[in-house]
Every structure is written in structure tokens, then in C-alpha cells.
Design a protein around this ligand. Structure first.
Ligand SMILES: *[C@@H]1O[C@H](CO)[C@@H](O)[C@H](O)[C@H]1NC(C)=O
Ligand SMILES: *[C@@H]1O[C@H](CO)[C@@H](O)[C@H](O)[C@H]1NC(C)=O
Ligand SMILES: *[C@@H]1O[C@H](CO)[C@@H](O)[C@H](O)[C@H]1NC(C)=O
Ligand SMILES: *[C@@H]1O[C@H](CO)[C@@H](O)[C@H](O)[C@H]1NC(C)=O
Ligand SMILES: *[C@@H]1O[C@H](CO)[C@@H](O)[C@H](O)[C@H]1NC(C)=O
Length: 433
């Protein structure tokens, strides 16, 4: 009781302004952008492979057939398995014994101990080819139909990266341009001097609309003038004018959510209209969650947040960074600080973070930036779907920056799908494959 009381008086919420990612660097390799197979770098030369069998709940027996471009040593699987080694340590056939686990792990290193990525040449699951050169070659920006200019209503692909960005991503460290092609920087112009200042993050949801937080574009009831807002897309460093993917557009209109009120996270949303993004390998839309959703299904799910902002040492950073976070049930955050979270959490918001002791929370979020979930699609690949917009973070008394020990509150975009659809010029009902 006493402990709770202490937290109550020692914590308040702040609209999040900037982002710091704590914890060690994680480099992840997803061959062909698949959901089922990933490699995380664990030391300079060692990688941990993960096969997510939970994505295929009806499988009972599995044969994993994986071939690497280079000679590899594969060892230490998480479950007793038979392994057959072929093609001079390039190809491995693994059969886990017994009941299939949700996730199956193994370790590997390149035989020459080099620090390069263990590039996958072929990957089959139960004899179904999921990744090879032909599949990689077909995964171009053109094949995703994002660069075409539709006259008719059609199904557009969203939440995907171009292949050159799809396979290798650094998380909890600097992102490359194109890694998160929907994330933009929102800059504000000084009305008298044309000097711009970084203000917030945002997500491209259509070629003419960016979703950000309501508090990024208003103070009290006053909405900022659209002509003073500049959206910079396609970069991993918003101060670098020379990046090849850069597109900078001045806002034409700003639509604040009618339900937005400053102290709450309920409808902390605004749509910034622009004319208009050209979809490229660096600039692409994210998918929107909805109209069908359940908040309970989110609990315990890992999600990704991306932002420009601050580094671990609280230095301003121009560079895009990303981190994983964990969506928590309301009870977890409420019991951490009833006073603070009870006003913020309801059916239109959720909280996320790894908790007080993890050391890997996004510290200061990047207001207006998105929380995305990777969702497996029928082509076995992941599409990133926007579910939250960063709204509030916890601040300890006497401080002005977000405290990494506290959970962060996000506006849930799914209940607002109809409003978003209406105002963003989406031409298709569902933008998921
Ligand atoms: C692996 O096999 C050994 C001996 O056959 C057994 O003792 C052990 O429990 C098994 N481990 C798993 C994870 O199934
Ligand atoms: C690679 O590193 C492992 C573990 O450190 C070592 O056992 C092995 O001999 C090394 N191989 C080469 C080719 O250096
Ligand atoms: C892109 O459009 C073409 C025809 O316009 C279609 O055949 C193809 O399936 C579309 N690709 C995707 C990924 O939807
Ligand atoms: C970002 O770009 C600016 C302008 O080119 C440059 O001065 C700065 O060093 C860059 N930041 C990083 C971290 O690369
Ligand atoms: C909320 O999540 C925590 C931690 O994951 C778990 O222990 C608890 O049972 C959950 N509570 C509810 C009501 O779901």
C-alpha cells in the first residue's frame, strides 16, 4: 500500500516529446521478409535462428529445410531434433521431436567465423518453398503495386518494405532509410523566419494523409496553421537534405479528432493532409488496424515503436531509431500507478512497456509516432499494421523527460478506423493482403 502511495505522488504524465531507446543493439534478419523465420545476432559471429511455429497452429510434424549461401555451423537447437547436413554444410534438414513448441530456436555461425549475415538461399517448411532467389526477385516495389497510380478502387499493399530493406533491420539502434518507410518527421516552421524545428513523428496512412497525435498540432483549443507544418518522409536523418529518398511536403490541412482533449489519451489524433507522396522504396504507407478489433487480443504482444528524438544519454538525435515494446493489460499499468493510469486507460487507449526493471523501454517516446504490429499474411510474409499513436509517458516528479521505468500510453487507432478512413482518402476498404 505504502509503495503504491509513493508512486502515486511521484509520477505524472507528459505528452511524449522525444525518444530514447535503451538496451543493447539488436540486428534482425528476416529472410524474404517472412514471419515464420528470423535470425537475431547474439554476438559478433553468432546468430540465433527462431522458427515461429505458433503462426501455424495446425502443424503437428515439421521438416525445416534450410540452405545458406555460405558454409554454416548449426548447433544448439531448443528441442531434441534430428538434423541432416547436406551440401557441404550449406543445407540442413531439421525435424523437431515430440510436440511442436511455439518457438523453436537454434544457433549458428558462418564456418569462417565472419560477422556477415547468414544469407538464406532456400527455405522450405514441410516441402513448401517459402524463400528462394525467385521469391526475392519478385518482391519489388512494383510488385507491391504501391508505385502505380490507381484510377479505380483497388487493393493496395501497405505495411511492407522494399526487399532491400525488408531482410535486415537493426532494432534498438539507428535505422536505415526505408526500414520504416511510413514514419515521417513533423517539423514546425517559425512564422517569421522559415526556420524549422523538429516537433513530432507521424505515420503515412495514404498518399495524402499522415496520422500524428492531436497534441502535436494544437495547444489547448488552438490548432497550428497548416502552412507552418512540414512533413519530411523517406529519410533516417531528418536534418540531412541530401538523402535520396527524401520528400518534404507542406501541410495543406489539419484535421484534429473532434474528441481530442488535452489531458486524455482517448482521441489524441490528428490527420495532416498533404499533396502528395510518391510511393518509392523509401516512402510507403502503413496498414491501419480495423474496423474489427479486440483490445484483449493485444495483451502480451510484442510491437515496434519508431522515432526520431533522443539517445540513451539524452542527446538530441536526428536519426531514426526503433525499439520493441510489449503491450500490457490495463491491470498491469493500473496496479503500477492507479492514480495516473486510471484517467488515461479506457477502451480507446492501451499501455505498453516491459516494466520497471527491464532496461529496454523506449524512454521518451516520439509523440505522434506509431506503434506497429507485424501480422502474418496469406503469402507467409509480415505486414506492419498501425495500432497505436504515442500519447503520454510517465514523468517522475522534478523531471521533464519521460522515465523509462513507466509504461507509455497509446491512443488505440482501431476504434477510430471509420474517422481515419473518412479523412485520409483511403480508396480501399481493407488495405491488408
Ligand atoms: C531430449 O532427449 C533426452 C534423452 O533422450 C531427454 O532426457 C530430454 O528430456 C529430451 N529433451 C527435450 C527438450 O525433449
Ligand atoms: C570459430 O569460432 C569457434 C568458437 O569461438 C571456434 O571453435 C572455431 O574453431 C572457429 N573457427 C574458425 C574457422 O576460426
Ligand atoms: C498488383 O497488380 C497486379 C495487376 O494490376 C496484380 O496481378 C497483382 O496481384 C497485384 N499485386 C499485389 C501484391 O496485390
Ligand atoms: C544528420 O545529418 C546532418 C546533416 O547532414 C549531419 O550533420 C548529422 O551528423 C547527421 N546525423 C547523424 C547521426 O548521422
Ligand atoms: C495482466 O498481465 C499480467 C502480466 O502479464 C498477468 O500476470 C495478469 O494475470 C494479467 N491480468 C489480467 C486481468 O489479465
Amino acid at each position: 500500500m505504502f509503495f503504491n502511495f509513493l508512486l502515486c505522488v511521484a509520477l505524472s504524465m507528459l505528452e511524449v516529446e522525444s525518444m530514447a531507446i535503451e538496451g543493447s543493439v539488436l540486428t534482425r534478419y528476416d529472410p524474404c521478409g517472412l514471419g515464420v523465420l528470423q535470425f537475431d545476432k547474439v554476438t559478433a559471429a553468432e546468430w540465433r535462428g527462431v522458427v515461429y511455429f505458433e503462426l501455424y497452429p495446425h502443424l503437428t510434424e515439421v521438416e525445416i529445410d534450410i540452405q545458406f549461401e555460405r558454409q554454416v555451423e548449426l548447433y544448439g537447437s531448443s528441442q531434441n531434433s534430428t538434423m541432416s547436413v547436406r551440401d557441404d554444410w550449406h543445407r540442413f534438414i531439421l525435424r523437431p521431436k515430440g510436440a511442436l513448441p511455439k518457438q523453436y530456436f537454434f544457433l549458428l555461425r558462418l564456418a569462417d567465423n565472419s560477422t556477415q549475415v547468414p544469407t538464406v538461399a532456400n527455405f522450405k517448411l514441410n516441402n513448401v518453398m517459402l524463400c528462394n532467389d525467385a521469391i526475392k526477385a519478385a518482391q519489388t516495389i512494383d510488385s507491391l503495386n504501391v508505385t502505380t497510380n490507381p484510377k479505380e478502387v483497388y487493393k493496395q499493399v501497405c505495411g511492407r518494405r522494399a526487399l532491400e530493406h525488408a531482410e535486415l533491420t537493426s532494432v534498438r539502434t539507428q535505422a536505415l532509410a526505408g526500414d520504416w518507410p511510413w514514419h515521417v518527421a513533423l517539423l514546425k516552421k517559425n512564422p517569421n523566419s522559415d526556420v524549422t524545428r523538429y516537433e513530432c513523428g507521424g505515420s503515412i496512412i495514404s498518399s495524402t494523409a499522415v496520422l500524428t497525435a492531436g497534441h502535436c498540432v494544437s495547444r489547448g483549443d488552438i490548432l497550428i496553421e497548416a502552412r507552418l507544418v512540414v512533413i519530411v518522409a523517406g529519410v533516417n536523418n531528418h536534418t540531412d537534405y541530401n538523402q535520396i529518398g527524401r520528400q518534404a511536403l507542406v501541410a495543406r490541412d489539419i484535421v484534429l479528432h473532434p474528441g481530442y482533449t488535452d489531458p486524455l489519451a482517448t482521441s489524441d489524433l490528428a490527420i495532416i493532409k498533404v499533396h502528395k507522396f510518391k510511393y518509392t522504396a523509401f516512402v510507403q504507407p502503413v496498414c491501419l488496424w480495423g474496423p474489427v478489433y479486440s483490445k484483449e487480443d493485444l495483451y502480451g504482444k510484442q510491437a515496434t515503436v519508431v522515432g526520431f528524438g533522443y539517445t540513451e544519454t539524452n542527446q538530441p538525435s536526428d536519426v531514426l531509431r526503433s525499439a520493441y515494446t510489449m503491450i500490457q493489460n490495463d491491470t498491469t499499468c493500473l496496479s503500477y500507478s492507479p492514480k495516473v493510469y486510471k484517467n488515461l486507460l479506457n477502451e480507446f487507449s492501451f499501455c505498453a512497456g516491459y516494466g520497471p526493471n527491464s532496461g529496454i523501454n523506449p524512454r521518451n517516446g516520439d509523440s505522434g509516432g506509431g506503434l506497429v504490429l507485424g501480422v502474418l499474411q496469406s503469402d507467409h510474409k509480415i505486414s506492419y499494421i498501425l495500432r497505436g499513436v504515442l500519447s503520454k509517458c510517465g514523468v517522475s516528479v522534478g523531471h521533464t523527460e519521460c522515465d523509462p521505468q513507466h509504461y507509455v500510453v497509446y491512443t488505440d487507432v482501431a476504434p477510430h478506423y471509420t474517422w481515419l478512413y473518412h479523412h485520409s482518402g483511403l480508396k480501399y476498404r481493407s488495405n491488408i493482403l
